[in-house]
Ligand binder design. Structure first.
Ligand SMILES: Cc1ncc(COP(=O)(O)O)c(C=O)c1O
Length: 391
């Protein structure tokens, strides 16, 4: 079956964050949006069919979590990533961000330290600070145009108050798909200092040719026990609005603490349409995903080539995974506010503000290229044209 990723779907007036919140986010409706991380593509047809079939039954009462949902998720991890999960390790959670915050509460006490590696997904900051824990930033470093983890810096920061490290794998926004060796080096360091790794693997299925996602827990049994992994079909299959995710806890003690916390917050119930969509995604969406990935990768190539050719001074690396590109405008804009103004007012595009990903994002913007190619070309052309006018 072939899928039409070129189709332009009007998402306006569907209470859609990306297209219906432009005024609130950018101060104007007059921008083409490439910000929040969902895709402008229709989800796989099997998902819509399952949701519609369930919606045909007119009673939407409390929902029982079916074993078939867990089986679908575990089969997927095994088939796509070679990770053989045990059923007892896995719990259903209401979205990855909520799952991370719950883990912060379950595994740390107020005042404990938690490491993140910015620039990184904004809720990594807030799930620490809003829960009264201390944030320790260990920024990524750029070596020869490639973003890497700063393990020497990390080692210096790992004092006994550090209890957790939140890993973004693959990494939003820099698009790195961490290699097995990189993860091993990180894991060994964390194990040596008794630091638990929260592995956010929400982008694990969005990996381009030549790269392979390594689930952190597959590094070995000791790494599995020292970590909690979060995954979800939401990014992979464009069903983020359904807030349905999973957490895997191979260590029985962590499982008990996390399970108790979910129960204490009463967030261990499943969402009817979320579970329906997720199970259908894992069971029927593989062919769709295998068609989507080359389309996304062609968009990534197009974006990187275009930026290098038409936007002298702007730096970008083709991402290894995710559908996000991290654009470096520092050589052109000394002032971040001027960059923002240029993108919104002159180019009329709505990218994610680099500073949302930490102070390391000053002079950067994140471009979400999960959209029909014509929209991507329009967005890039707008930026290039605005640069020409500026010269
Ligand atoms: C690294 C990362 N984690 C989590 C999320 C969101 O997860 P959820 O919508 O399930 O809370 C995103 C969305 O962009 C993300 O990039």
């Amino acid at each position: 079956m072939s899928y039409d990723f070129d189709a332009i779907i009007d998402r306006r007036n569907t209470a859609c964050e990306k297209w219906d919140m432009l005024e609130q986010i950018f101060g104007t409706d007059d921008v083409l949006p490439f910000w929040v991380a969902d895709m402008d593509f229709a989800a796989a047809p099997g998902i819509a069919a399952a949701v519609q079939a369930r919606a045909c039954h007119p009673v939407y009462g409390y929902h029982k979590k079916e074993e078939s949902f867990f089986a679908a998720a575990m089969d997927w991890e095994k088939r796509r990533h070679g990770w053989a999960l045990e059923r007892s390790w896995v719990v259903n959670t209401p979205g990855v961000v909520a799952s991370l915050s719950a883990a912060v509460l379950a595994f740390t006490a107020p005042g404990d330290k938690i490491v993140i590696q910015p620039p990184v997904y904004p809720p990594f900051f807030t799930c620490v600070t809003r829960n009264g824990r201390q944030l320790v930033e260990n920024p990524l470093v750029e070596r020869g145009g490639r973003w890497e983890m700063d393990l020497a810096g990390l080692e210096r920061k790992l004092d006994p108050a550090v209890k957790l490290l939140i890993l973004c794998s693959p990494h939003n926004p820099v698009g790195r798909v961490w290699t097995r060796d990189e993860l091993l080096a990180l894991g060994e360091l964390c194990l040596r200092h008794s630091v638990t790794i929260l592995a956010d693997e929400i982008h694990c299925d969005l990996v381009f040719s030549g790269h392979r996602h390594t689930p952190f827990a597959t590094l070995g049994p000791e790494f599995a026990r020292a970590s909690v992994t979060f995954f979800s079909p939401s990014k992979t299959f464009n069903i983020a609005g359904t807030y349905t995710s999973l957490a895997a806890l191979p260590d029985p003690d962590k499982r008990k603490r996390y399970g108790d916390l979910l129960a204490a917050l009463d967030i261990n119930e499943g969402n009817l349409f979320g579970l329906t969509a997720a199970e259908a995604a894992y069971n029927t969406g593989e062919n769709w995903l295998d068609s989507l990935l080359p389309y996304l990768e062609a968009n990534a190539d197009l974006l990187a080539d275009f930026v290098r050719r038409e936007m002298p001074g702007v730096k970008v690396e083709k991402p290894e995974g995710t559908y996000l590109a991290w654009l470096d405008f520092r050589a052109i804009f000394a002032d971040h506010a001027a960059l923002k103004q240029f993108l919104i007012r002159d180019a009329k595009v709505g990218l994610s503000d680099g500073l949302a990903f930490g102070r390391q994002g000053e002079g950067f913007a994140r471009f979400n290229f999960a959209c029909p190619r014509a929209l991507l070309e329009e967005g890039l052309t707008r930026i290039a044209a605005a640069f020409k006018k500026r010269r």
